[in-house]
Design a binder for this molecule. Sequence first.
Ligand SMILES: Nc1ncnc2c1ncn2[C@@H]1O[C@H](COP(=O)(O)OP(=O)(O)O)[C@@H](O)[C@H]1O
Ligand SMILES: O=P(O)(O)OC[C@H]1O[C@](O)(COP(=O)(O)O)[C@@H](O)[C@@H]1O
Length: 344
Amino acid sequence: MTKIMTIKHIGILTSGGDAPGMNAAIRAIVIAAHHYKIAVFGFYAGFNGLIDDESVLLSDKAVAHIIHKGGTILKSARCPTMKTSLGIAQATSTLMKEKIDGLIVIGGDGSFTGLLALQKQWSGQVIGIPGTIDNDIDGSDFSIGFSTAINTAIEAIDKIRDTAEAFERIFIVELMGRNSGHITYNVGIACAAEQIISFENFATKNQTASEQEKLLALAKEIKLAQANRHASYIIVLAENLWQGGATALAQQLQTLANIDCTACILGHIQRGGSPVAKDRILATKLGVGAVQAMIAGKSNIMIAEQNNAVAHVALQTAIMHQQGVSNNLVQAQENILALTAQRL
Ligand SMILES: Nc1ncnc2c1ncn2[C@@H]1O[C@H](COP(=O)(O)OP(=O)(O)O)[C@@H](O)[C@H]1O
Ligand SMILES: O=P(O)(O)OC[C@H]1O[C@](O)(COP(=O)(O)O)[C@@H](O)[C@@H]1O
């Protein structure tokens, strides 16, 4: 039989890179908690709010009409102090002082690591909700914010395509993702980019090649594709893959092979904006799921989405590996490239 916990106070916070849909998750948690007569304290600016004891009691009114807003009403931050024993002790002391029974953290794997560190010192329940545009959290098919981020990037690159086509220009567009290529791969395929340079293809294929050899191979491919084409050429590049990023790569292609490229770093535009339907719905499902799991006495879990259903994944498992881009997607791009090459 499911254990029903008597919970009076839940704490929530958003941590790490903000992601569109975090507000929708906050709203869902507050509405669901109030349904079960549980009060929700929102701690500000990631783990800083716990360390400095800065929180707000979230009313229904506070979360009304926020579902469509990007960012997070609770603010987010990277909080280095949380990585110290003093930070954990201060956070624990706040949770005890405020009589918090359970804590829900919306964030990425770093935030979940913080949550696990806290759980070692504090006896309350801890639950994570995957919120990061990078989509790299293992165990959840999608994380909140990813769908919006790729739509934002696609919209931007479609616009770049117009001007690139008018000038027959080569663009290198750098996309976010820290060390994972979910954004780059999905956006590259959706924009019909001529080249995807990401961890899952470029880095593995050219493992033993020197920087110079990689550049020469790339220059050769571009020249071959562009011969007599009179068309635009878009390369999507995963951030942190090429030393110096898109700007350096553009300069090197110019110096080495006289290839004229325009670098464009999409940057934080990918983190902002109104969440798309998919992120609002995902955030709502996961937010309600987190409150229900807490009432059922669960702890140390991430509320995830698997095959369209809400699932529980141990936090330890979620942080163990980075979720990789599916091989099917990588293979699909290879196939598309092969088919396109035949028609050039
Ligand atoms: N090893 C850790 N111990 C305690 N807290 C951590 C740890 N790693 C990350 N955190 C906390 O989580 C925050 C967010 O982590 P970060 O990796 O920046 O983003 P994300 O949660 O999106 O992966 C950090 O600023 C820190 O407060
Ligand atoms: O805004 P910052 O702190 O420079 O961080 C940039 C990083 O944050 C992200 O936008 C989101 O990453 P996290 O969700 O893991 O924090 C990454 O794609 C990017 O590398």
